[in-house]
Design a protein around this ligand. Structure first.
Ligand code: B1M
Length: 746
């Protein structure tokens, strides 16, 4: 924990703060939010919120916001099992915690691989060791070698065992949250003590836009019931789960955070709540989140200012970066967002160490370098202390003009504390660095240091009676929560897996596809209506022209098949190439898709009447237990743009829902998306069910999502893995060809 002697820095004027507040209240009063938990709804209604019986939205008045804010504490003590490590969250203090939630690690051999429990242990040791890190953290990485159902027990145990600092707990639903409470109760001496003392912090994300999901609410209400602190962190990704314009996104974020405060304060008045920020932007070139961007830093500053305005402790992002390694990009992004967090008055900083790759990867080397970044920021925030003028005058007159301060007593007595001594920053003479230090890079230095720390780390003592009780509890709960499903390598019996690198190589016997030009190619054939112009209108995203030229083509007697192939599909194919080459932005692809749709509106009925099948039918959904839909939506939109008929089942899609949709639409392809390592197993279960029901091979399965890989797709015998939306379209087209070739009636 460190104190900030100056600031905080404001990005909004007072009238802008008032504007965002009024805007947020209008959102709460006029648009409303969805809370997917009956207990939460009941608490809110009892507190005076209103529910629309038709759309189920909850509307919260300004008065209810005001009275709830009055109950929320402005600061609280966050206790470690070692009282000397307890910290104050609120006021002028900043408390830090490491990265959270990454499914991958960048290990000390330089490989990015899935995280395991050994990594989790290592990071909890590093967190326990690092001086600038005050809270051990929570989901330091996702240990994918442990069963999903009960891994929270091992994770919380590791946090407790390897560090005596305050800790975070599990929030993946009620069971995990209650187990966390029980473990804390054993550690701190019973439920009654727990209810008096904030000892474990829960990270509650809002499922932006304007939804609180069931599992998060279960966890939130459990933490609040035990009066344990929570961070309420809306996750507005501007341009995807929120408006692209920052002030609108900020208002949405603020409304979502206030709604959470209202719920917590009416569930258990006075329970500590931290106003959080996890919001960022979507890079429109790639459709990927950009957390190390200047806009992400502005988000941090704007949201923290709003939280401070309400007198709440505030949480920010930390040393965030989208870089794939410890490099110059990670250096400048991390310093920018880290500085913005601290200067904007963050009381709690999550992701202070280790995060790279837009939250997807924890880097061992970055962890230590980030601690150095933090120390630089801390030193800056400690400001300039004014010394005694008489002492200074004496010193200056003693040394006098053209003198030397180096061998002065004053320097001797201050040199150890006057300046920050960096762990890694290279300040030696160039030759010394090159000749004596072997031109060692910061990455190599950090790597050696990590190895040293891990080899020598001794976990702080833990009362053996408490340790036994905790281990007995864990053993009992593991007996009770048996893994439902163990994923094993399946044979490749049914599947023809499309290789990762190129859709064109999916079927070796087929010719590789020719390079597609980035403009509508001139057509060799002459048609009564210019098909090249139609293709160009799709490329330009000009729906009115696509609409007009399609109608003109039909009027001139052209067949719908020719207009589709030579105009619309030709245009969309070029769009796919441009997007893949990062030459156009996601919105441009979507505008092209609209132009295609405008033309298709005229062709579709004619094609159907002739019995011509649509280009392809595709059912897509995010698997059960998973609420991430930004990527899935993008894939669905791109598929539609490429001419597929897409049935989108939304998020948290059960096997039954997939089966019903397959039955109804009779698609050639079913696509499943997952962003959580904890839900990836659902894909395998679903595929097993498709196999058992003999739906394959006439039904092809595509999987995708950030934590997946080609290796995983092969392991679960999916037919294709889409690494991004453009890739998904290419693979879908390839699968379609495979199905059509080998079609067997279902
Ligand atoms: Co969460 N989340 N999240 N999250 N979230 C991740 C995935 C995480 C890596 C961040 C982190 O904490 N480090 C981590 C996962 C850890 C794990 O694996 N176990 C995580 C966590 C922990 C959580 C919660 C558990 C949070 C908590 O602990 N408090 C919670 C779980 C909720 C749940 O699902 N049950 C949670 C919640 C949320 C929000 C709801 C707040 C929000 C989602 C909002 C929404 O989707 N409407 C959210 C977000 C935004 C993220 C990150 C930051 C960004 C995801 C995203 O939208 N990316 C994410 C970190 C990350 O991925 N960098 C993270 C942009 C999108 C365009 O990319 O989805 O990868 P993506 O899609 C790409 C490709 O993957 C591919 O094409 C797309 C376009 O190019 N693709 C396919 C995707 N699906 C495909 C399907 C295909 C083919 C290709 O064929 C069918």
């Amino acid at each position: 924990m460190f104190s900030r002697v100056f600031g905080p820095f404001n990005v909004l004027t007072e009238s802008q703060v008032e504007f965002i507040h009024r805007y947020s209240i209008r959102i709460l009063e006029e648009i409303g939010l969805i809370f997917r938990d009956p207990r939460a709804v009941e608490i809110l209604l009892r507190a005076g919120a209103r529910q629309d019986p038709i759309n189920q939205r909850i509307y919260i008045s300004e008065e209810l916001v005001r009275s709830s804010l009055e109950r929320a504490p402005g600061e609280f003590i966050f206790h470690g099992r070692n009282p000397e490590k307890s910290v104050v969250v609120g006021g002028g203090q900043t408390v830090t915690a490491p990265g959270y939630g990454s499914p991958f690690v960048l290990d000390l051999e330089g490989n990015r691989r899935t995280a395991n429990y050994e990594d989790f242990e290592n990071f909890s040791k590093l967190a326990g060791w690092a001086d600038g890190i005050d809270c051990t953290g929570g989901t330091l990485v996702e240990p994918q070698d442990l069963p999903v159902e009960n891994r929270h027990l091992d994770m919380v145990w590791s946090l407790i065992r390897n560090s005596d600092k305050p800790t975070m707990g599990s929030v993946v639903g009620e069971v995990a949250a209650r187990d966390t409470m029980k473990m804390m109760s054993i550690l701190f001496g019973g439920d009654d003590v727990l209810r008096q003392k904030p000892v474990v912090l829960g990270l509650i994300n809002v499922n932006s836009p304007l939804v609180y999901d069931g599992r998060m609410l279960e966890a939130m209400l459990t933490y609040v019931e035990f009066r344990q602190p929570i961070i309420i962190a809306p996750f507005v990704i501007a341009g995807a789960s929120g408006p692209i314009t920052l002030s609108d996104a900020l208002a949405q974020h603020n409304a979502e955070a206030l709604a959470g405060v209202v719920l917590a304060q009416n569930a258990n008045p006075g329970a500590p709540v931290i106003y959080g920020c996890a919001s960022a932007i979507l890079d429109m070139r790639f459709g990927s989140p950009a957390i190390g961007s200047p806009e992400s830093a502005l988000f941090v500053s704007g949201t923290l200012q709003m939280g401070r305005h309400y007198g709440l402790p505030v949480r920010a992002g930390g040393t965030l970066s989208d870089a794939k390694d410890l490099d110059v990009q990670s250096g400048y992004e991390k310093m920018l967002v880290g500085m913005a967090s601290v200067m904007s008055g963050a009381n709690f900083i999550l992701h202070m160490a280790g995060i790279i790759d837009s939250y997807l990867t924890m880097s061992y080397e970055s962890f230590l370098v980030d601690v150095e970044i933090l120390r630089f920021i801390q030193r800056f925030m400690s400001g300039i202390r004014l010394e005694d003028m008489d002492t200074g005058m004496k010193l200056l007159s003693e040394v006098g003009p053209a003198g030397n301060f180096l061998d002065n007593e004053h320097t001797f007595s201050h040199y150890q504390t006057a300046f920050l001594s960096p762990m890694f920053a290279e300040r030696n003479a160039y030759e010394t660095w090159q000749q004596d230090r072997g031109a060692i890079s910061i990455k190599e230095k950090a790597r050696e240091e990590v190895k040293k720390v891990l080899a020598n780390y001794v976990p702080p003592p833990l009362d053996p009676v408490v340790e036994r009780e905790l281990l007995a509890f864990i053993a009992r709960r593991k007996q009770e929560i048996q893994p439902e499903y163990v994923l094993e390598r399946k044979g490749e019996a049914n599947s023809v897996t499309v290789p990762a690198d190129s859709a064109a190589r999916a079927e070796p016997q087929e010719q590789a596809e020719p390079e597609i030009p980035a403009q509508a190619p001139p057509s060799a054939e002459v048609y009564p209506v210019d098909m090249q112009a139609l293709a160009q209108s799709v490329i330009d995203g000009d729906a009115p022209i696509a609409d007009r030229l399609t109608r003109e083509g039909l009027k001139a007697g052209m067949t719908p098949e020719i207009i589709l192939e030579k105009g619309l599909i030709a245009g969309m194919t070029v769009v796919g190439v441009l997007f893949k080459n990062n030459e156009i932005f996601v919105p441009e692809v979507l505008m092209s898709a609209r132009a295609m749709k405008a033309g298709m509106a005229h062709l579709q009925p004619l094609l159907e009447a002739k019995g011509v099948e649509p280009l392809g039918k595709y059912v897509i959904g995010t698997v059960k237990g998973d609420l991430h839909d930004i990527g899935k939506n993008l894939v669905a939109m791109m598929l539609r743009g490429a001419g597929f008929e897409v049935m989108d089942l939304g998020v948290d899609t059960s096997l039954e829902k997939f089966l019903a949709a397959i039955e109804k639409l009779q698609p050639q392809i079913v696509g499943m998306s997952a962003l959580l390592t904890t839900t990836m197993g659902q894909m395998a279960r679903n595929i097993e069910a498709f196999d058992k029901m003999n739906l394959r091979p006439s039904l092809k399965v595509m999987v995708g999502g950030a934590p997946l890989s080609q290796e995983f797709a092969t392991k679960i015998s999916a037919d294709a893995y889409g690494k991004d939306a453009a890739d998904a379209v290419g693979k879908a087209q390839m699968l379609l060809r495979l199905v059509r070739k080998k079609a067997t009636p279902r």
